[in-house]
Design a protein around this ligand. Structure first.
Ligand code: SF4
Ligand code: SF4
Length: 498
């Protein structure tokens, strides 16, 4: 397949024009050649060869780190409950010591902004590092391919097995692979659901077959998605479905570190004997062994330049370094470096210095400013919030004894994980008092991590209150059992009828 080059010059040229992507056209006679090509690419299975090396080790480390976090986090306990739980039914998000309510959605929005900015920043500096090492699609594909290699063998064995007619042996090998894949997919799907429903109850429900229909549905759905994406779709997700691949070209520039083939050093390519002096023979360092293509999980040839299908995994770097070692040439014919470093023959140190360019510094400044504001706002967030809802049915009334009453509903959100006893009071007019209409007391009890609605009546002596609307404020004061005083104050109005 001829790959689409997006930023890097083609070999032998310093300034190749950037090809403009043309949308495929559907004409009368069926799909256009581009569509035919794309469909053919989707259909043709890629058999990446296994490779070892520094970047392969990093990919394995990242698989362990990301999966230890993903599978382990829902089992972690905090204050006697699940440390991280997005309890959609109760509309509460527990994140370690924090309890977030729908009113705190701003924090989640800021988190998304921070994630997007981080992606822009790291892409501007080092291309698609996230795709190559931490994206769930890459990580699960890596796990599934590892299982496939262990059961079916390396590249050639897998190709032969797929080409062989069906037999008991083939059926046994394929069935074993799918059983292991389905187990991993099921575990992954169940763990994912465990972020939204208590995972211990989920585990018990799974063992005793007492899960609800929605829990079964989502568990099967995510397991199936994992099995399909990592087992079958693989690189097609990166190539045809991932939007990030499409807009990365606007985030990288000539100083971004990406996996790059050094065409100046490598060309003209060609096979040769190890004994000949290839420079004297007018040849470049590339021996045209195609190993870099064989190990590529997306099946592209990095020698055609940077392509949107390249996930920056570095497998071709490891493969090429091994070839260079065997040939006795310097490593790094394919390496993480910038386009400018290749065309202007900069050293890695010079290229690294250019990473901190104005655009990257601006990204850093914005990211740090938002991150600091986020942390400060979160750490100084009050654990108690009070909202006053006026009873619109009865604005104000005079009751026997010369007392004016106004009725309100107080909504308390206690985000702390301990009960709270509050004493209610009102200020703004002489002689004001507040009572819970249920208990007749000014003392109210709020449960830990609760959202409580309490109807209250505010009273004032009629003699002290001229008719009309008066500005007052209701307040609640108390302290948590483990220490720490809390006080909330909200403004409202008090109506005195004529
Ligand atoms: S692995 Fe290196 S030497 Fe072999 S074809 Fe690729 S770039 Fe050339
Ligand atoms: S070209 Fe190299 S870095 Fe890019 S996806 Fe293929 S193997 Fe990974």
């Amino acid at each position: 397949m001829k790959s689409e080059s997006i930023t890097r010059p083609a070999r032998g040229e310093d300034k190749a024009p950037t090809p403009v992507w043309q949308p495929p056209r559907l004409g009368k006679g069926g799909p256009s050649p581009q569509v035919e090509q794309a469909l053919s690419d989707v259909r043709s299975k890629i058999y990446p060869r296994s490779v070892s090396g520094i970047y392969a080790h990093w990919r394995i480390i990242m698989v362990f780190v990301t999966q230890a976090v993903f599978y382990g986090l829902p089992w972690l306990q905090w204050n006697g409950r699940q440390a991280v739980l997005f309890d959609l039914a109760a509309r509460k998000f527990y994140i370690f010591g924090m309890v977030l309510w729908p009113q705190d959605v701003i924090y989640l929005a800021v988190l998304l902004v921070l994630s997007a900015l981080s992606l822009f920043l790291f892409t501007a500096m080092a291309g698609r590092l996230f795709c190559g090492y931490a994206c769930p699609q890459t990580v699960y594909t890596e796990i599934f391919m590892w299982v496939e290699r262990k059961i079916e063998g390396d590249r050639i064995k897998r190709i032969r097995l797929d080409e062989a007619p069906w037999s008991w042996r083939k059926l046994r090998i394929k069935a074993t692979k799918h059983i292991v894949w389905i187990f991993i997919a099921w575990w992954t799907g169940s763990t994912f659901i465990g972020y939204f429903a208590p995972i211990r109850e989920l585990g018990m429900g799974l063992i005793t077959f007492t899960l609800g229909p929605w829990q079964w549905f989502w568990m099967v759905f995510y397991s199936f998605a994992t099995w399909g994406n990592a087992g079958f779709m693989r690189e097609a997700v990166c190539k045809y479905m991932c939007p990030y691949a499409r807009f990365q070209s606007v985030m990288v520039d000539d100083d971004t570190f990406v996996v790059t083939y050094d065409h100046v050093r490598g060309e003209p390519r060609g096979g040769r004997s190890r004994k000949i002096d290839h420079k004297e023979a007018g040849m470049g360092d590339c021996v045209d062994c195609s190993l870099c293509v064989q190990v590529c999980p997306t099946g592209i040839d990095i020698r055609d330049g940077l392509q949107y299908m390249c996930i920056g995994c570095g497998a071709c770097v490891d493969a090429c370094d091994q070839v260079m070692d065997k040939m006795g040439y310097d490593q790094g014919l394919i390496r993480y470096t910038s386009g400018r470093a290749i065309t202007q023959r900069l050293t890695q140190q010079q290229a690294r210095r250019r990473l901190l360019r104005p655009r990257v510094l601006i990204y850093w400044a914005i990211l740090l400013a938002i991150a600091v504001a986020f942390v400060v706002s979160l750490s100084t967030r009050s654990t108690l919030r009070m909202d006053i809802i006026r009873d619109r049915g009865t604005l104000g009334r005079e009751v026997p004894g010369g007392i004016i009453e106004n009725v309100y509903r107080l909504q308390f959100i206690n985000t702390a994980e301990s009960d709270l006893v509050l004493e209610l009071s009102a200020v703004g007019m002489p002689g004001l008092s507040v009572e819970d209409t249920g208990t007749g007391s000014s003392i109210v009890r709020l449960e830990a991590a609760s959202n409580t609605l309490i109807p209250v009546v505010v009273k004032a002596p009629a003699a002290q209150a001229p008719p009309g609307l008066h500005n007052i404020a209701l307040s609640g004061a108390g302290h948590y059992p483990q220490g720490g005083e809390i006080h909330v104050l909200e403004k409202t109005s008090f109506f005195v009828p004529r």
